[in-house]
Write a protein that binds this ligand. Structure first.
Ligand SMILES: *Cc1c(COP(=O)(O)O)cnc(C)c1O
Length: 398
């Protein structure tokens, strides 16, 4: 055991948290550069390349993309501040921990939150969304904020069905989607889905360090924001719609993060988005096959109850009462060099989560699963012993 020092270990520590994720060498190297002066045309070019690349990943031809020097919570706050005046209502369908956190933030900043019930292990129910919108006779709900993949429950909702629910209710609310955990992992087409605002962050499927977030907004969202008189400055979309980088970022641009993002977007482009999505789907199937095998011994089980809603980015694994998740994580991290996440919200201490998004391949997934098995063995947690083999079978079958 090396304790918690940052001493070098032989080889690499496998990072399988659902964000931050493993950073490709190309991205790390791209950031290893001196910054430029404000006004260097290369800087404007770098930003333009990142915006274009993000539009491609988001599958939008028409949205404006704004980036913030912040984590995902910043982009959440930007969406709240631009779309909603204090006292205005937002519908946040229950997806689990992340819908709850976004709702807390909206309430803390003075907005009124209407939610739909969260059923543990299930994705957002579009029927609930339609019902809540139909019940809003006075059309007080200004927007629907839906979390695409809730990183706590590891369930991915059907954004197309939620869009259809808005349309069926004939409700004019704007549709904002949090794709922080799904972007560049699961298919997402902003324009085709009729999403007005998409919210993302750098440190998950985008394979970059934490510290950069983004919103993509369509014309309707821009118009609503322009009519919203809420006092705001740093987050303001109107202010960011500028050509000059210093205005676009409301101050100094995070140049080295942008160098990294440019490199990450080039990697996605080179692999092709369809291949990126297929790779994530395959790796997720392998992880889930392993967990299903582990679960035969009765101590652990897949948290998400709906097979087709299981995320391609992350898998939440419930553990039987009495199992010490933090001890399991610690053994896996310190002795087997496999780092994964714990449960969040009500799942704290009751689940662990394996991230399988971003810069990952079959060998990394097999190493991760084997490391988890070794740690479960050390901790005396019973599990079906063919988990890794099931993953191998799945990957070999493609
Ligand atoms: C990670 C995450 C966030 C929050 O991002 P931070 O960068 O940690 O602030 C928001 N939504 C989802 C779905 C996430 O997975």
């Amino acid at each position: 055991m090396s304790g918690y020092s940052h001493d070098r270990i032989p080889g690499e520590r496998f990072l399988h948290s659902p964000g931050p994720t493993h950073i490709p060498t190309e991205v790390l190297n791209a950031m290893h550069r001196q910054p430029m002066d404000h006004g260097d045309p290369r800087l404007e070019q770098l930003i333009a390349t990142c915006e274009t690349g993000l539009r491609r990943v988001l599958q939008t031809d028409r949205a404006d993309v704004f980036m913030y020097v912040s984590n995902g919570h910043g982009a959440w706050e930007a969406t709240i501040e631009n779309l909603l005046a204090p006292g205005q209502a937002v519908l946040i369908p229950g997806s689990g921990h992340f819908s709850e956190q976004w709702a807390l933030q909206a309430e803390a900043t003075g907005r009124r939150v209407i939610s739909t019930p969260y059923r543990e292990g299930y994705p957002i129910d579009p029927g609930d969304v339609e019902q809540a919108l139909r019940a809003d006779k006075k059309r007080e709900i200004a927007a629907v904020f839906a979390v695409h993949t809730d990183t706590a429950s590891s369930a991915t909702c059907d954004l197309k069905a939620i869009r259809a629910a808005l349309d069926a209710a004939g409700h004019p609310a704007l549709f904002a989607a949090d794709v922080v955990a799904s972007l560049a992992a699961a298919p997402f087409a902003m324009d085709a889905l009729g999403v007005n605002v998409a919210v993302g962050a750098s440190q998950k499927g985008l394979m970059c360090p934490p510290g950069l977030s983004l919103v993509a907004i369509d014309a309707r969202a821009g118009e609503l924001a322009a009519r919203n008189s809420t006092p705001r400055y740093y987050w303001d979309w109107g202010r960011r719609k500028a050509d000059y980088s210093y205005r676009k970022f409301c101050g100094t641009a995070p140049q080295n993060l942008l160098f990294g993002l440019e490199a990450a977007l080039a990697l996605l482009e080179r692999e092709g988005m369809a291949a990126v999505h297929a790779r994530h789907a395959l790796l997720a199937r392998a992880v889930q096959a392993a967990v299903e095998c582990w679960s035969q011994a009765g101590a652990v089980s897949l948290h998400c109850r709906v097979p087709e809603a299981r995320s391609v980015s992350v898998t939440t694994i419930d553990v039987r009462a009495g199992i010490d998740v933090e001890a399991l994580r610690s053994v896996a991290r310190e002795r087997f060099h496999v780092a994964f996440a714990g449960g969040l919200g009500p799942q704290t201490g009751r689940a662990f989560r394996i991230g399988h998004l971003g810069d990952v391949n079959s060998a990394m997934i097999l190493g991760c699963l084997a490391g988890v098995e070794a740690a479960m063995l050390v901790q005396g947690i019973p599990f079906g012993r063919d988990g890794v083999q099931k993953a191998v079978d799945c990957l070999a079958a493609g």
